[in-house]
Structure formats: C-alpha cells, structure tokens
Design a protein around this ligand. Structure first.
Ligand SMILES: *Cc1c(COP(=O)(O)O)cnc(C)c1O
Length: 302
C-alpha cells in the first residue's frame, strides 16, 4: 500500500510591490499552494496525520463533511484516491453541481447532500449512515483535529530564516494553532497574526486554544478583514485580488488568501510594520475557490 506522504514542495518567494519598497518592508510567501494542485496548502498538512491514523486503524473509508465549495472535501477526495481510500462527503444543503463537486466526484467521492438541520450533528449523521461500516473513519468538517494541528506545525520546521511577522488566514483555526505550536516549539520570536475570514471571528481564539499543545506566546487576531462574512466579497477586495494576481503571477482566492493579503497591505499602508520588517504570509492554497466566484470578477470588468 502506498505510504501516506507527499514530498513537500513549498518554497518561499518574495513579493515586490511599490508600497513594500516605500515602507521598507519585505514580504515573502510560503508557497503551500504548490504542494499539490488539488490537495493544496494547509489541506495536505491537515490530512497527513488524520489519514495515517485511519490507515493505522485499518479504516479504508474516509467520511467527512463540508459545504458545496469546501476545499477540505475536495482535498479529501483527491487524497483518498491517491492513497487508496474510499471517500464519502456529506455536503451541506440541497443537491447542486459545481466545479468543486465535479472534481470530488471525479476522484470517486460519494456525495450525500444533507439538509442544514441534520448537517449540524455530524457524529449523529455518521453513526446513522455508517455506524455498521467497520471501515468508516470520521473526519470532522475542515479536518479540525489535533492531528491536523500537528501536521500544520511542521511548516515552521521548514523555515530557514526568521521573520518578524507570520500571517495566516483562519477558518476553523486549526492551521493557526498548529503554526503557533510550531513557533513556540522552535522558540522563535516571530509574531503570529491570524486573519479570520468570518464575521465576528473573535470565537476563533477559543478554537485556536483547543489545539495549542503548549502554553503559547501571544498572537494577534485581525477581526476586520472578513468583508461581510464567509465567502463574502466587496468590489474593493476583488480589485485587490485582480491587481495582486496580475502583478505577481500568483493566484490567490477571495475566500481565504485574498483576505489575508488584503489585511497585510492595509496594515502596511497604515504604517503598522516598522521599516526593515520581514513578513511571511502562508499561501494556504484553495485557488479552486476562484472558480466558484467567476461572476464576482466579471461584474467589475464591465
Ligand atoms: C481551509 C482553508 C483555510 C482555513 O484553515 P483552518 O485550519 O480551517 O483555519 C485557509 N486557507 C485556505 C485556502 C483553506 O482552504
């Protein structure tokens, strides 16, 4: 059986931008989006130890949960196919078809559309549907777990330089917690910044706290870059993403990395970083998310 591992290709690349030169700040991107075209970014790091656990317990059927545009569902479908697992995804909401779900099916994932009420109780859904399947292995929405945080902490060990600031977009907060653990384990002086992509993202502090393995040094939460809520955008955000992609040749998405990078450039413009600072932003992948938002971009181009 194929070992559950991928060779990590995630170089650090520097971004050039007039505002960065003007403020004498250097910005680097940890290219986790290059780890795999579909199991990209933090989704591979999050799945690695979860899949190893499933394999150790001889469970050959991954069962997980997500919305119709979930990067986690897609990553699980792809990783399942790559490493020889059967996969099932409970999809929140009514039966729809889109690019994400098309790819999930292509990788062989069985999709079970679930009304929002039943979707809330995931362990119950799992037990009702797969309680008698000895092969079935429960993976929470977004992969949130201690295994996932452990996988994400490994990002820090790959760094060959020390940065003053490290930024990451937050959904469940698991990736952020993993990176904070990594920073603490390596006794780095790097200041960590979490950018929640939800409205009222303050709850993320509790989520992060759940996955901290060691009492952590403090980190910054930036709650003002949600642009109206999860997967919501504004013309300003879309314009920023357009400019960033055209200027750097690097794709970013409107749900996660676009918001995090907007936050960095907004803070930069406001003089938040002292001259000489070195910032590292984690590109957590998710560029397929662009495909679900094509119309938002076309409105602007008219
Ligand atoms: C899922 C995802 C995140 C959020 O990761 P969490 O560990 O849930 O906080 C960030 N960026 C991208 C691109 C994602 O797909």
């Amino acid at each position: 059986m194929k070992a559950i591992d991928l060779e990590i290709f995630s170089p650090v690349t520097q971004i050039t931008h007039p505002l960065l030169s003007q403020k004498q700040v250097r910005l680097f991107i940890k290219r986790d989006d290059l780890i795999h075209p579909v199991i990209s970014g933090n989704k591979w790091r999050k799945l690695k130890y979860i899949l190893q656990k499933a394999r150790n317990e001889s469970k050959n059927h991954l069962v997980t949960f997500g919305g119709a545009y979930s990067n986690h569902l897609l990553a699980t479908a792809a990783a399942g196919a790559l490493f020889g697992f059967k996969t099932t995804g409970f999809v929140r909401g009514e039966d729809v078809e889109n690019d994400h779900l098309f790819l999930c099916r292509l990788y062989g994932m069985q999709l079970l559309f679930t009304d929002r009420g039943s979707y809330r109780d995931k362990p119950n859904l799992f037990n009702q549907t797969f309680g008698s399947d000895a092969d079935a292995f429960f993976i929470d929405e977004g992969g949130a777990s201690h295994e996932a945080a452990k996988g994400c902490s490994e990002l820090v060990a790959e760094l060959t330089e020390t940065y003053n600031h490290l930024f990451c977009a937050c959904g469940t907060g698991t990736t952020a917690a993993g990176i904070v653990n990594g920073i603490t384990e390596h006794s780095l002086t790097t200041q960590f910044h979490a950018v929640p992509v939800f409205k009222n993202g303050g709850f993320i502090a509790d989520e992060i706290a759940r996955y901290l393995t060691i009492p952590a040094s403090s980190y910054q939460l930036h709650l003002d870059y949600h642009f109206g809520g999860y997967a919501k955008t504004t013309p300003d955000l879309i314009a920023f993403i357009r400019e960033f992609i055209a200027l750097t040749g690097m794709l970013i998405d409107p749900v996660y990395t676009g918001k995090m990078l907007y936050a960095i450039f907004d803070l930069l413009a406001k003089g938040y970083f002292t001259p000489g600072s070195k910032i590292l932003a984690v590109h957590t992948g998710g560029i397929w998310g662009l495909l679900g938002m094509k119309e938002k971009f076309s409105v602007i181009s008219k």
